[in-house]
Design a protein around this ligand. Structure first.
Ligand code: F0G
Length: 401
């Protein structure tokens, strides 16, 4: 029903092969025999979830699942008005079991590890991937090893990885260093690598597109805006929309629009310079630690997705990210972590620049929950007002500025 194929040299691999990249070094894609897949809108009735789309997922055994997917798509009219737009939605992936979109990839990836008979799973992570791997590893009864950049992981994510029993290694280096190390570790020890270079992860994440199409009444928005770090998610969502178009479920594919932090923006620079490939950044830095990545492994796929779809890429400053996070929280009641807020900040900037038209329908993907990074919240919000336990003191404080 499917095989793995190199996006560069088109060499094919079998589902039983344990391989992450082609022998030529190219990234792999999962390719289905679409002539044998017949899905209609009628087949897709019922509640949303990743496993609803099983016919388009490369798994045969019973999944390791915590009911991932089925996240809300909120229409955000107050925010839209503040930006000067008419139709804006937020797909809040922070509402997944571990609080980020990574669960969609991990339910598929950890299930694949079991299908392949793997006994240990591993990843490098800026935080969310490690939290998700720890949880799905626990659910599967398989040990997980996670490599994190020391001192640069939000506490909520670290807490999850620790509590769910992963072997947590804090690397004196950044995410890109940790990814290089874990790839070597997996090759040497036979651990199953569950970073987004593993094409099965992206298969789970493409279901974000399927759900958005369903939630909008079987159509794609004009544009999709999302944060880009290791560049897997933008690739996955683009694939999801393309598959639904190919199967005749929707008519079009949105303009894929990737947002990076100013201090970690190799993909944006490649798009602006019209370069075939990114130039890695040695010292990525941003308040949005989830996307503090200088050498995104899926860059080639992401550049394709942005260019083919007629999208674009833009940077936002840390201040713009924080402002967008506060605005989404206060105006709409949607709490997201800084990386996720970059999608909102990017939308505002691109509208102000005249790149995004005011009458486009736009979906912003907010990738992780506010509570992932509460340390950051305490750093940017006013402190609680401490007062005596008397009604006079309470009233004075309530009416003070
Ligand atoms: N938003 C959040 C909250 C993330 O955690 C990540 C990636 C991204 C956006 C970017 O997605 O890498 O597919 O382009 N976090 C990874 C991690 C790197 O280790 O948790 P991407």
């Amino acid at each position: 029903m499917y095989h793995l194929e190199c996006i560069e040299c088109h060499r094919k691999y079998q589902p039983t092969d344990v391989i992450y990249t082609c022998t030529c070094g190219g990234l792999l894609d999962v390719v289905y025999d679409y002539s044998n897949i017949h899905i209609t809108k009628k087949d897709l009735k019922g509640p949303l979830s990743v496993w609803k789309y099983r016919a388009l997922l490369p798994i045969t055994r019973e999944p390791i699942s915590l009911h991932e997917g089925g996240t809300p798509l909120y229409r955000v009219d107050r925010l839209a008005k503040s930006i000067g737009m008419k139709e804006v939605y937020v797909k809040h992936e922070g509402m997944n079991p571990t609080g980020s979109f990574k669960d969609r990839g991990m339910t598929v990836g950890v299930t694949k590890a079991l299908e392949l008979g793997k006994e240990t799973v591993a990843c490098a992570s800026t935080g969310n991937t490690s939290a998700s791997l720890a949880v799905y590893g626990a659910r599967a009864g398989v040990p997980a090893v996670v490599l994190l950049p020391s001192g640069k992981v939000a506490l909520g994510k670290l807490a999850q990885a620790l509590m769910h029993g992963a072997k947590v290694l804090s690397i004196r280096g950044n995410f890109d260093d940790a990814l290089k190390l874990v790839r070597d570790l997996c090759d040497r020890e036979g651990f199953y690598l569950l970073n987004s270079v593993n094409p099965y992860r992206l298969e789970g994440q493409k279901t974000i597109a399927f759900e958005i199409a369903d939630q909008l009444g079987w159509r794609a928005p004009d544009r999709l805006v999302l944060p880009v770090g290791n560049a897997g998610n933008i690739t996955a969502i683009y694939k999801g929309f393309r598959e639904f178009k190919r199967l005749g479920i929707i008519d079009g594919v949105p303009k894929m629009t990737g947002i990076q932090a100013e201090g970690a923006s190799p993909v944006v620079r490649a798009i602006k310079n019209n370069a075939a490939m990114i130039t890695p950044e040695d010292k990525p830095e941003t308040v949005a630690t989830a996307i503090r990545i200088g050498n995104p492994v899926n860059a080639i796929k992401a550049l394709n997705a942005i260019r083919e779809s007629g999208g674009t890429a833009e940077t936002v400053s840390d201040d713009e990210i924080i402002r967008a996070q506060q605005e989404l929280a206060a105006l709409e009641g949607i709490g997201v972590e800084p990386a996720s807020a970059s999608s909102i900040a990017g939308l505002r900037k691109l509208v102000d620049m005249g790149v995004i038209e005011k009458d486009e329908s736009v979906v912003c993907v907010t990738t992780g929950h506010l509570l992932k990074d509460s340390e950051h919240v305490l750093a940017v919000c006013p402190k609680p007002i401490e007062i005596d336990a008397t009604i006079e003191a309470v009233r004075r404080a309530v009416y003070s500025n």
